[in-house]
Design a protein around this ligand. Structure first.
Ligand SMILES: Cc1cc2nc3c(=O)[nH]c(=O)nc-3n(C[C@H](O)[C@H](O)[C@H](O)COP(=O)(O)OP(=O)(O)OC[C@H]3O[C@@H](n4cnc5c(N)ncnc54)[C@H](O)[C@@H]3O)c2cc1C
Length: 295
């Protein structure tokens, strides 16, 4: 008769080789961002890996379940990871997870939260008073609205206009004292916060698997993303790179620094002719790609 599962002893199996802590015994790896912000890696899964290996090992381990003996030909870990990234075999990448603690201005959080595949827990401005921290660019970092990109700005604006903008930020921050005063006089925190500007800092824990973290990074490290969120994304990349170096290298090679060509673009390059479209933006994008290709 088979033993009931409830009575079967748990088998505790020792690793084949000693395991080491990928975060080197530290509670967090933190990078300051902007005036009051930071991004801190507070945990990673796997946290422990065989000596000499990184979280890449968890990806390879998972991939080998699906490919079985089929991976023998590409059995070297780095080669296998690169193969997975090139062919968009993404589920093995979901075996690695990161947990970050982030402090960022509200307007950055607003963009960040659009990445729906993460688990998030944010500071509650209903329970607690919002701390007195506001994002304030330096005068040189006050950007002029771009004329080619409706969403962005790259060049610094003239000093006088920058100064006027910074004074406007000061006025918005001045509301904070009144916000505090009104909460002390009994106005509900959940309502009083409506008077605070979007430059105020919030914080959250953000947990995401490696596949979706790379999606986040490919969109938010990219030059079209707002500079402020790019700064966080680049810091995030620095935190995860030592933990999954083969994956990050492959991500750069096959995704972030790669170039995607449309069918129209391939036809135009083959025929040595202009792009078969009147769309000005698409033509400009094609010209930029050609210049990257040295054509
Ligand atoms: C430069 C830039 C400018 C932007 N401008 C704007 C803007 O003007 N207005 C605006 O509203 N947004 C804007 N966005 C946000 C953008 O449209 C995306 O919402 C955001 O980047 C998240 O991307 P995502 O959906 O791929 O990420 P995630 O939410 O992390 O999703 C990752 C992937 O998971 C899958 N997925 C997740 N959830 C679902 C679901 N419910 N159903 C099916 N599949 C799902 C999809 O394949 C998705 O691509 C901008 C983003 C960038 C980078």
């Amino acid at each position: 008769m088979t033993q009931a599962v409830s009575e079967t002893p748990i088998q505790r199996i020792a690793p084949e080789s000693p395991l080491h802590d990928l975060m080197e015994g530290q509670a967090r790896w933190q990078i300051p961002v902007h005036d009051h912000g930071f991004i801190a890696l507070v945990d990673v899964m796997p946290r422990l890996a065989p000596e000499g290996q990184t979280a890449d090992a968890a990806i390879v381990q998972a991939a080998r379940v699906s490919y079985g003996a089929g991976t023998k030909a590409v059995s070297e870990d780095r080669t296998l990871v690169r193969y997975l990234l090139r062919h968009r075999h993404t589920t093995p990448l979901e075996m690695v997870e990161f947990k970050f603690h982030v402090s960022m201005p509200m307007f950055v959080a607003r963009q960040w939260i659009r990445h729906r595949t993460a688990n998030v827990n944010e500071y509650s401005a209903r329970y607690s008073i919002v701390p007195d921290r506001f994002y304030r660019p330096t005068a040189e970092n006050v950007r002029k609205q771009s004329t080619v990109n409706r969403q962005g700005g790259d060049e610094p604006i003239d000093g006088a206009t920058a100064e006027q903008f910074l004074q406007l930020l000061d006025k918005a921050e001045a509301n904070y004292r009144e916000y505090l005063d009104l909460t002390e006089r009994g106005v509900a925190r959940e309502l009083a916060r409506a008077a605070l500007p979007v430059s105020v800092y919030t914080e959250w824990y953000w947990k995401c698997d490696l596949h979706n973290t790379l999606r986040f990074l490919s969109l938010r490290m990219e030059s079209h993303a707002q500079q402020e969120i790019q700064d966080y994304a680049r810091a995030m990349y620095r935190l995860i790179q030592p933990l999954a170096p083969h994956t990050c290298e492959a991500f750069m090679d096959y995704e972030f620094d790669a170039l995607r060509l449309t069918r129209l673009e391939i036809e135009a390059i083959r025929a040595g002719k202009p792009l078969n479209t009147q769309n000005k933006r698409e033509i400009a994008e094609f010209e930029a790609k050609k210049s990257r290709l040295g054509l």
